[in-house]
Ligand binder design. Sequence first.
Ligand code: G3P
Length: 217
Amino acid sequence: MKFFIDTANLDDIREAQALGVLDGVTTNPSLMAKEGISGKNNILKHYVDICNIVDGDVSAEVISTEFSEMVKEGEALAELHDQIVVKIPMIKDGVKALKYFSDRGIRTNCTLVFSPGQALLAAKAGATYVSPFIGRLDDISTDGLNLIAEIRLIYDNYGFDTQILAASVRHTMHVIDCAKLGSDVMTGPLSAIEGLLKHPLTDSGLAKFLADYNKGN
Ligand code: G3P
């Protein structure tokens, strides 16, 4: 399972990279705004800064909603750095853009996916990654994890190689549940990754080992 961090915060990205388990980064316009990054040039520079910190894939989102504009914007994003994956929203022109990029070997991440039908379309169009937003489904009393299970079943039925990238992951249990369901990737905050570390028996066990060692020294 690949671990992506879902942030535009460079300190969090560095921290996750330093842990040695990071496979990539996802961002979106809201996450950029949260870090105070605005204006086209600043946003493009920020993508390059992120690519220079991590080894893996970095999703960069188009903001156009019309096919030819998406193509222009996506090609420019892909040119920025070879780690860039072009993030395309699940709308009609987005599906056309997924197919366009897939035919040209440009990697894509289809975002804002909330149903198995949308995920099926993304795979048919050749998306590299599909991003079901599980947290936002949970927010409206719908089972986000069930969507991961449904997409896994559909993709496995037909051998689609589009990777399921569980997005809008909010906490550590989402990570574990996505792993159980066979999600290829999860993207979440640093806290969701670091939460995997925690167990009180690890802490008390280590405290005892160190105390016993120190008794004899
Ligand atoms: O990866 C998608 C993500 O950025 C959305 O997360 O927490 O705003 O639903 P959230």
